[in-house]
Write a protein that binds this ligand. Structure first.
Ligand SMILES: *[C@@H]1O[C@H](CO)[C@@H](O)[C@H](O)[C@H]1NC(C)=O
Ligand SMILES: *[C@@H]1O[C@H](CO)[C@@H](O)[C@H](O)[C@H]1NC(C)=O
Ligand SMILES: *[C@@H]1O[C@H](CO)[C@@H](O)[C@H](O)[C@H]1NC(C)=O
Ligand SMILES: *[C@@H]1O[C@H](CO)[C@@H](O)[C@H](O)[C@H]1NC(C)=O
Ligand SMILES: *[C@@H]1O[C@H](CO)[C@@H](O)[C@H](O)[C@H]1NC(C)=O
Ligand SMILES: *[C@@H]1O[C@H](CO)[C@@H](O)[C@H](O)[C@H]1NC(C)=O
Length: 422
């Protein structure tokens, strides 16, 4: 979800943090900072506030209950990652128990609703634990979230189909959600071929959350939806130990091949949506995989390393730019060792190293720079692309607009990006 988040406060606290590094014993007076945001902040810890809002947003589509998120928000201590874990784990266990009770009485709708929420809360409980790769909870919570999610999707009116697709060197876990054939005001032939949307997440999101944020609405409108995770994303990273790869089409092509084997998919009307860092991954895949009627980048992102470079302290970036791996790593480790470091900074690095399957900050930062789009690559995309830009996006300001401009400037194709500001 990194593309639409605020890391603004990072730059303001970094100066203090960076100076602290060079004065041994000097207590860095880093405080949690509020953000200029158009959304109500559910925690004084701006990173917690952002993730609480992210989970609260799932309440619209059955992936959370707003009251339960507000309860967690009231209990979680700003900056305290263990308190975040305990509150969400507590909620998850409580709601899971409700699901079990409902299931025992054959109250399957109640069971499904509870299991969707307990699954989401187990995922939330895991969210800030990636700084210690030997923490067994990274795996146990993920198993719990899968267990509950799989129960919930098996209790859908049209159960999801869970299938692991083969790719070169890894496998791709997916959930296929068949279209609802009972559209209001229409008669649809069961098994008719319908448009199908592939939805992918980004830097830290799970495909399970995508059911709530995207697929539920898509299937209700009579289209099929399929979610997936590739290398670097939660399940592939955990089960196969593979970090993000720049060749994202190697993840997408097997999914398109699979859709071509299904008799309920209209293969002339396939679309690919990428959310957050997926707003870079999806168009990147479309530079090689062309079987799409449309690609959507929500939000558009060209270069995640460039976005980090704008946010991180100048002396840290200088160490990177000069290729000083030892200096860069010492710098990052010194900053991470400060207990009061803003959660944003700790999280973005912990999550990055986890997702790129490395314990070396320089390796992570360098590998992130290998995943990018430019005019030359964008010229290979052969269909219409929708580029979104988030309100208050301080993570990669200007990148969606730049991406849209690159599409519009590329005159070799007879299409335009949907770019109201161009
Ligand atoms: C940091 O906080 C401590 C304790 O409140 C205070 O003594 C110290 O002067 C502060 N340092 C700076 C640089 O503000
Ligand atoms: C953040 O905002 C809250 C609510 O307005 C306020 O109580 C708190 O002091 C602020 N914290 C900082 C660090 O500015
Ligand atoms: C990481 O987690 C393991 C397992 O819980 C624990 O033994 C170890 O102390 C943790 N390491 C740190 C640095 O917290
Ligand atoms: C993936 O490959 C394995 C081993 O070749 C095979 O057994 C399995 O059926 C394949 N899965 C799919 C979905 O094609
Ligand atoms: C991921 O990291 C682990 C631990 O360092 C290593 O054993 C494994 O080979 C790595 N995976 C890949 C695909 O490089
Ligand atoms: C790398 O950075 C460290 C810390 O700034 C510095 O001490 C060291 O001399 C640098 N190494 C090189 C090769 O520039």
């Amino acid at each position: 979800m990194v593309a639409s988040k605020h890391l603004l406060s990072l730059s303001s606290v970094f100066a203090a943090v960076a100076n602290a590094k060079y004065a041994q014993g000097y207590p860095p007076n880093v405080t949690l900072s509020n953000q200029t945001a158009s959304m109500y902040q559910l925690s004084e810890d701006s990173e917690f506030a952002f993730i609480l809002n992210e989970y609260a947003s799932l309440a619209n589509e059955g992936g959370a209950a707003s009251s339960e998120i507000l309860r967690a928000a009231a209990k979680i201590e700003p900056g305290n990652l263990e308190s975040w874990y305990s509150e969400f784990n507590y909620l998850a266990d409580q709601i899971h128990a409700m699901g079990e009770k409902a299931e025992k009485r054959n109250a399957f709708v109640s069971a499904r609703e509870a299991y969707f929420r307990s699954s989401a809360y187990y995922r939330a409980a895991d969210f800030f634990l990636h700084g210690n790769l030997s923490d067994p909870r990274i795996y146990t919570l993920w198993d719990q979230q899968h267990r509950d999610f799989d129960k919930a999707v098996s209790l859908l009116h049209q159960p999801a189909i869970k299938i692991e697709l083969n790719a070169t060197g890894f496998t791709i876990p997916t959930y296929f959600y068949p279209a609802d054939p009972t559209l209001p005001g229409q008669k649809r032939v069961h098994g008719e071929r319908v448009p199908t949307i592939i939805v992918g997440t980004g830097y830290d999101g799970s495909q399970e959350a995508l059911y709530h944020s995207s697929c539920r609405g898509i299937v209700e409108r009579g289209w099929n939806c399929i979610t997936y995770e590739g290398p670097g994303q939660p399940t592939v990273r955990r089960n196969q130990n593979i970090g993000f790869i720049p060749e994202w089409w190697e993840v997408i092509t097997p999914i398109v091949d699979y859709l071509h084997t299904r008799n309920d998919v209209d293969v002339d009307r396939l679309a690919l949506i990428g959310l957050s860092f997926g707003g870079l991954l999806a168009p990147l895949a479309a530079t090689r995989e062309h079987r799409f009627a449309a690609v959507l980048a929500i939000d558009g992102l060209l270069d995640i390393q460039a976005a980090f470079k704008q946010q991180f302290p100048a002396d840290m970036i200088e160490l990177y730019n000069s290729g000083n791996e030892t200096g860069f790593n010492e710098y990052v480790e010194a900053v991470l060792a400060i207990p009061t470091i803003p959660t944003e900074f700790r999280w973005v690095i912990d999550q990055g190293m986890f997702a790129w399957n490395t314990t070396n900050p320089y390796t992570w930062f360098d590998a992130a720079g290998k995943i990018f789009l430019n005019a030359e690559k964008i010229a290979n995309i052969k269909g219409p692309v929708f580029v979104a830009s988030g309100e208050d996006d301080h993570m990669a300001p200007g990148q969606p607009e730049e991406m849209a401009r690159l599409f519009v400037q590329d005159r070799r194709w007879r299409w335009r990006a949907l770019c109201p500001w161009c």
